[in-house]
Write a protein that binds this ligand. Structure first.
Ligand SMILES: [Zn+2]
Length: 120
């Protein structure tokens, strides 16, 4: 259960940034998942809700954005989207390419419920 430990990490990040009294105000947690991270979004969402159920974070939803994996060619410096683990450069056909993003996961932001501002 790869996603379960990742969801656990996300919960720990949220707990690190949001002090306990504010945790029940957390509405959504936005994460960016790289296309080659091997993470199944549905599975990650399910794991996250299972972990936060019954905790102050119980009403938080996980908002997953998928980002493409980007490679850069060492020979001609072209950047391109890697698909299906084919990393040959479409510009020069070279194989000296390096994955520069898309194999990881980041917590982008944590959205709290807005406290209504009282007018004068
Ligand atoms: Zn190239």
């Amino acid at each position: 259960m790869h996603e379960l430990s990742i969801a656990q990490n996300i919960v720990e990040i949220v707990e690190h940034y949001v002090p306990e009294p504010a945790r029940s105000d957390v509405r959504s947690v936005r994460v960016r998942v790289g296309g080659l991270s091997g993470i199944v979004p549905e599975s990650l969402e399910f794991s996250f809700s299972a972990i936060v159920a019954g905790t102050p974070l119980g009403s938080a939803r996980l908002n997953i954005e998928r980002v493409p994996a980007i490679c850069r060619c060492e020979d001609c410096s072209m950047e391109f989207e890697a698909a299906d683990f084919v990393f040959a450069c479409p510009g020069c056909g070279g194989m000296h390419t390096r994955l520069i993003s898309g194999s990881d996961l980041h917590v982008v932001d944590i959205e709290l419920e807005e406290v209504p501002v009282q007018g004068p």
